[in-house]
Design a protein around this ligand. Structure first.
Ligand code: 4NP
Length: 173
């Protein structure tokens, strides 16, 4: 006799995540891993279901730890970046993430080149736009700078991630 295979509806214990945020720069070894770690630290223990990650538009440093100078600067501020590994931004990130924060205009255009819909494009924001009183629009690339350049990047990203964390806590992002 023909019998239908019984299909059980099993309970799904999927991890509920209210928001996913991706930080993007060129190499994913200086600015975006720092922005990623700063935001994660600021929302830790806040009872928020938020995933934060980072990626680079280039594949130059895929698999590498953050740049030693970024790690040194972050350590000075009490942040350990040693567990992070660079990866390249892909089109799939548009469906994975709700917001994609880019560090500068070059990152912005590189990311938009992979966008297919207005929904994709509307997810992409320059991170310093979160600081309305900041005259700079871009987080400067510190790769060819000295220690001061890395400290400047730290201060900009510390302020920008404060603003983002505040919005997340107010459910306003
Ligand atoms: P990031 O910095 O985009 O902030 O990670 C850079 C890292 C590497 C290079 C440029 C910028 N590079 O030319 O290899």
């Amino acid at each position: 006799m023909f019998s239908h295979k019984k299909v059980f509806s099993l309970p799904r214990f999927e991890y509920f995540c209210a928001m996913k945020i991706l930080m993007v720069c060129l190499g994913n070894i200086c600015r975006s891993p720092l922005a990623d770690a700063l935001l994660r630290k600021k929302i830790a223990n806040k009872d928020l279901q938020i995933v934060v990650d980072s990626a680079g538009t280039s594949g130059y440093h895929v698999g590498n730890q953050p740049d030693e100078r970024t790690q040194e600067n972050a350590r000075k501020h009490g942040l350990d970046l040693s567990d992070l590994k660079a990866r390249q931004f892909t089109h799939k990130d548009f469906s994975e993430f709700d917001w994609i924060y880019v560090m500068d205009r070059t990152n912005y255009f590189n990311v938009l080149e992979l966008a297919e819909t207005d929904e994709d494009r509307n997810k992409v924001k320059l991170i310093l736009k979160e600081l309305p009183n900041e005259p700079l629009n871009e987080v400067p690339d510190p790769y060819y700078s000295g220690e001061q350049g890395f400290e400047r990047v730290y201060n900009l990203l510390d302020a920008a991630t404060d603003a983002i964390a505040e919005k997340l806590l107010e459910n306003a992002l």
